[in-house]
Design a protein around this ligand. Sequence first.
Ligand SMILES: C[S@@+](CC[C@H](N)C(=O)[O-])C[C@H]1O[C@@H](n2cnc3c(N)ncnc32)[C@H](O)[C@@H]1O
Length: 206
Amino acid sequence: MAKRTKSSDRWLQRQRKDYFVRQAQQGGHISRANYKLEQIDQRYRIIRPNQRVLELGAAPGGWTHYLESKLRGGMLIAIDPLPITSGQDTYVIEGMAGEEAVDQEIAEILDGAKLDLVLSDMAPNISGIRTVDQARAMDLADMCLDYCQRWLRRGGALTIKSFQGEGLDEWVATLRKSFVKVNVTKPKASRSASREVFVVAQGFDD
Ligand SMILES: C[S@@+](CC[C@H](N)C(=O)[O-])C[C@H]1O[C@@H](n2cnc3c(N)ncnc32)[C@H](O)[C@@H]1O
């Protein structure tokens, strides 16, 4: 059995205490991530039946599970290089968003149709160097905006996880040029100590 360090002990204690992790386990959901999306959705009403949704950074599938329960008949394309637990109607692409082959698959699935919502819970590979990690997070944000420019319908929405730090305010200002309403929010299920925030942009106007 692997040896436990003090820091892994601390992590375990935090996990045990964490209300949302307990809720997720008791409720049979895949992760606390589920609650973050649910809380964002309750506040901004971004997910509706029959929408076409692109979900970036979907593994292990907490958001996917929530989306499937809300879309009922819509189209969900879920992307991640790691395995995603999903229902049979969800299009799963195993790969990295931004790779040409992945983009091609998205285009083939959409077959000329436009998306109602682009969602991203992607997290960059953490180097531990704050400026590097923040720059990587902002690169992911740029990629999401690029996807909107290619495939989001007029009036559609974008919701992404990002991190407070260098570049976020400028990026949000850029977003305001393409969306009618932009909010930066932190759902209760997101740990207060984390720099994680969610940007909810609605009313795409290309
Ligand atoms: C916080 S997890 C997502 C959790 C998920 N929303 C859930 O509810 O289960 C972040 C994910 O982003 C993925 N990721 C990072 N970069 C990515 C990329 N370029 N394309 C697709 N997925 C990516 C990682 O593999 C990881 O699984």
